[in-house]
Design a protein around this ligand. Structure first.
Ligand SMILES: Cc1cc2nc3c(=O)[nH]c(=O)nc-3n(C[C@H](O)[C@H](O)[C@H](O)COP(=O)(O)OP(=O)(O)OC[C@H]3O[C@@H](n4cnc5c(N)ncnc54)[C@H](O)[C@@H]3O)c2cc1C
Length: 365
């Protein structure tokens, strides 16, 4: 056997799991494609977001809250071992409301998350005057916001860099430019074929983003993900004014503003469009009128790895012992729980009590 465990996909999900496995001393191969691949992990918004998650799915409310709670120790450990400052902070996050209906919906959503998390989720609904005390630059078009101290943000590229730096130093062989074409389930292990080699591993973990659909079928795993495009704008650096991440705009530690939150069904097209960029910029200006004169310096789009209900999928194959399929659209938020309890599970440990709730058989109703 070449490796104890092969993890396919070196984005945030695969890297977090490989990191957790390496800490336990497992010999891991992390196979990844190259620069032309679809990589949500290099194009996301960087929120560690709890509010709103699981309003309709109690296990997800608890899972997300636990994941966000593991973040401070995860950040400290990565920073100490790599010297990379991830830019992680947890000042709490805001979601803005623009009319009474939006306010009522959000209020209802927050109350449900609190119930679903057995009261653990904390939040406040802020009316405009209170919101303005915390963010004086907000316009009167915003009638209020939900605020939760459980939310935070991070530089997702530094997160990925720190994880990869730790993998290099541990028992993980990061193997880029390897497209896994096929996987065969053999007695007691797996044989993986890439563009130019074969590799044997005792266990295999599929973290290949949207290619998990194809790879899963090879191992009897149903991983029904589809791409969902998100476009993002990045502005020049401006004086610090936004102390809280929000769903629409966040200010990085360096001062740039990241503007986002578009959702499109565009297949595998990860290009930007003027129409959506225009909409994102207009909405940001309607929230913060002072942004009218701020220049956008970069824009990109990336494909979310979206399940039918937007919740993660964690699955172990019943046909091929030792094969796992993992997909989620909140890989930043869930990074610490992937490096902890999820890595322990794929290594053969007891599953976290909530993991079974994320089996894809929930879609077969
Ligand atoms: C615009 C946008 C904003 C987002 N904002 C947030 C946010 O604020 N907070 C949050 O928590 N999440 C956010 N997300 C989601 C988050 O980025 C993803 O959940 C996460 O990056 C998914 O990571 P992944 O490793 O599963 O997928 P990816 O990053 O897509 O990685 C998959 C990897 O698998 C490799 N691969 C694919 N097929 C193969 C193969 N056959 N062989 C070998 N390798 C293969 C690819 O090369 C790629 O590197 C956002 C996503 C987008 C697109």
């Amino acid at each position: 056997m070449d490796y104890d465990i092969a993890v396919i996909g070196g984005g945030l999900v695969g890297s977090s799991i490989a990191y957790g496995l390496s800490k336990k001393g497992h010999g891991v191969a992390l196979l990844d494609e190259g620069d032309r691949a679809f990589r949500a992990s290099r194009g996301n918004f960087g929120l560690i977001w709890v509010q709103g998650k699981g309003w309709d799915f109690p296990a997800y409310a608890k899972w997300t809250d636990e994941a966000a709670g593991l973040w401070p120790a995860f950040d400290a450990e990565l920073q100490e071992s790599t010297g990379v400052d991830l830019g992680y902070t947890r000042p709490g996050g805001m979601e803005f409301c623009f009319d009474e209906r939006g306010w009522n919906d959000l209020n209802d959503c927050m109350a449900r998350v609190r119930t679903n998390s057995d009261g653990a989720f904390e939040y406040e609904m802020l009316e405009h005057a209170e919101l303005r005390k915390r963010i004086p630059e907000v316009s009167s078009a915003v009638i209020g916001a939900s605020y939760s101290p459980r939310d935070g943000h991070v530089n997702p590229l530094y997160l990925l860099r720190a994880l990869h730096q730790r993998l290099d130093a541990g028992r993980v062989d990061y193997l880029p430019n390897r497209h896994v074409d096929s996987i065969e389930c053999l007695h007691g292990g797996f044989e993986l074929r890439t563009n130019d080699e074969r590799l044997a591993a005792g266990r295999v973990v599929l973290c290949a983003g949207i290619d998990n659909v194809r790879l899963g079928k090879l191992l009897g795993l149903n991983i029904p993900v589809r791409p969902n495009r998100g476009q993002l704008l990045i502005t020049e650096r401006v004086q610090h004014f936004l102390n809280y991440p929000t769903l629409q705009v966040r200010q990085t530690r360096e001062g740039s503003l990241q503007i986002g939150d578009s959702q499109e069904d565009a297949g595998r097209d990860d290009g930007t469009t003027t129409e959506v960029m225009n909409r994102l910029a207009s909405r940001a200006v309607s929230i913060f009128p002072m942004l009218k004169t701020v220049h956008v310096v970069r824009a990109w789009a990336a494909l979310r790895v979206m399940t039918p209900d937007g919740k993660p999928v964690y699955q172990q194959s019943s046909h091929c012992q030792g094969a796992f399929g993992i997909a989620c659209h909140s890989g930043v938020t869930l990074a610490a729980i992937h490096a902890g309890p999820v890595a322990d599970w794929v290594a053969g440990g007891n599953p976290h009590p909530l993991i079974a709730r994320f089996h894809p058989d929930r879609f077969d109703v």
